[in-house]
Design a protein around this ligand. Structure first.
Ligand code: KE4
Length: 432
């Protein structure tokens, strides 16, 4: 596809109408293309590694509905499992054996998880786990990291990443000062800053929450010793350590970043992949902590559609597919070929770039780097990223519409797809 033939008339019509019906015309801000310019693409259908839009354009997809499509869109075995489940109804609002099945799979896979509660989104998982660490420790303050995103609950919208960073929102209006005061922030990869916050707030910090590999400030990996350092600091100061693996869970490794890096937090939040494209979030961890959750304990949290059989079915089948031998080697190989190719082509075209990948998660910044935290990430050339995104879009490559997001591959991405992507990148980067 070349620029002059890139038609998006129907997308523009539908999006114009959408803007009259829904704030910004979208159901989630990061979809609005605000930071890359142009109009969002309206999808018609997805399959494997591909998207088709309402104008009939086909794209290779590196967003994968923000992570869930790790086995490829509309995987035949997931669709078949859902078809059978549909015959039994969509939601029971009562116990169902499928919850046991997925819970056991999560407990078997994720080192920190001895018991798990299902919810309907990563946001719900993170807001519930915050209430839990406060209930368990009797303390109220939280330490998070600048640029990390843990969903849109009030206490997390302090120096948050993802759409908050994309839209350049200082922090969201509507978050009470009293709430924001309890959220302390430190630069990612800065253990000394965390120790200082503990010293300045003795006996007040319930826990530390982080993305063990950052995806919401662009792709940023933990420095050697950072995760281990946080594990030690939280033990030293009597606080809990929470890994937000909504994005990294079952993507960085089958057991998540905690398996990959060998650091076990007290609690873990999950989402995206464990729903296989249907709404599922989860939080889990040490049994003595999870036993505080109602009705086993006094900490209340609930949800009408939590654990519904359709979502459980999609999650179960997705994890079954991911458990098959060779999954993560394949994701690592294909993603490595992609990002190393992109970095090489960009440098040969004279651009300063910095990036990398772990398994099926990758990112690239237009700056020489290195990138250790959100401040570093903000120094990259956003304008050039916007032009790169647009140029790739016009050549049939769909990248996340924000510098402050990570890219995702799937088991459906082929070598031919990567070669086509690199060809498009060659054309775009040599013209920037
Ligand atoms: P959801 O409520 O969107 O299911 O999950 C919130 C969340 C929590 N923690 C992490 C590490 C996350 O990445 C997310 C959600 N990620 C964004 C994309 N970076 C979802 C896409 C969107 O907001 O539309």
């Amino acid at each position: 596809m070349l620029t002059e033939t890139f038609k998006t008339t129907k997308s523009e019509e539908i999006f114009a109408a959408a803007q009259q019906l829904m704030p910004g015309g979208v159901s989630s801000p990061v979809r609005a293309f605000k930071s890359v310019g142009g109009q969002p693409i309206v999808f018609d259908h997805v399959k494997d590694a591909y998207i088709w839009d309402v104008d009939g354009n086909q794209y290779i997809d590196y967003v994968g509905t923000w992570g869930p499509a790790i086995c490829g869109h509309s995987h035949p075995e997931v669709i078949e499992a859902l078809r059978l489940a549909l015959d039994k109804g969509t939601s029971f609002g009562a116990p169902c054996i499928l919850e046991n099945v997925l819970a056991q799979m999560v407990i078997d896979a994720v080192p920190s998880v001895e018991m798990v509660r299902f919810v309907n989104s990563g946001t719900e998982a993170c807001m519930s786990v915050l209430r839990l660490i406060r209930a368990f420790t009797g303390r109220e303050k939280l330490i998070k990291f600048e640029g990390c995103y843990h969903g849109h609950a009030d206490m997390f919208l302090v120096k948050a990443g993802s759409g908050v960073a994309t839209l350049g929102l200082p922090d969201s209006p509507g978050v009470p000062k009293t709430v924001a005061e309890n959220t302390l922030t430190a630069p990612y990869n800065d253990l000394q800053a965390v120790r200082t916050l503990f010293e300045e707030n003795p006996e007040q910090v319930a826990g530390v929450i982080l993305e063990p590999v950052v995806g919401n400030a662009g792709f940023i990996v933990p420095d050697a010793g950072f995760l281990a350092g946080l594990r030690e600091l939280t033990k030293e100061y009597g606080a809990l350590l929470v890994f937000d693996e909504v994005m990294t869970g079952f993507r960085i490794a089958y057991g998540g970043a905690q398996e990959k890096f060998g650091i076990t937090p007290d609690l873990t939040t999950m989402g995206k992949v464990i729903g296989g494209g249907l709404p599922v979030g989860a939080y889990g961890g040490r049994k003595d902590i999870m036993s505080m959750v109602a009705p086993a304990g006094p900490m209340y949290q609930a949800g009408t559609l939590s654990g519904n059989p359709l979502a459980m079915t999609a999650g179960i089948k997705t994890l079954e597919l991911l458990k098959r031998p060779g999954t993560y080697e394949q994701l690592d190989r294909v993603t490595g070929k992609l990002i190393h190719g992109l970095l090489r082509i960009a440098r040969e075209a004279g651009h300063e770039v910095y990036g990398g990948h772990i398994s099926g998660m990758f990112g690239m910044f237009f700056t020489a780097g290195p990138i250790h935290n959100y401040e570093d990430a903000k120094k990259s050339d956003m304008q050039k990223f916007g032009k790169f995104h647009r140029g790739m879009l016009e050549r049939g490559i769909y990248l996340a519409p924000s510098q402050f997001e990570a890219g995702f591959t799937s088991l459906a991405h082929t070598d031919a797809d990567i070669d086509k992507t690199l060809e498009a990148a060659q054309a775009v980067l040599s013209s920037l």
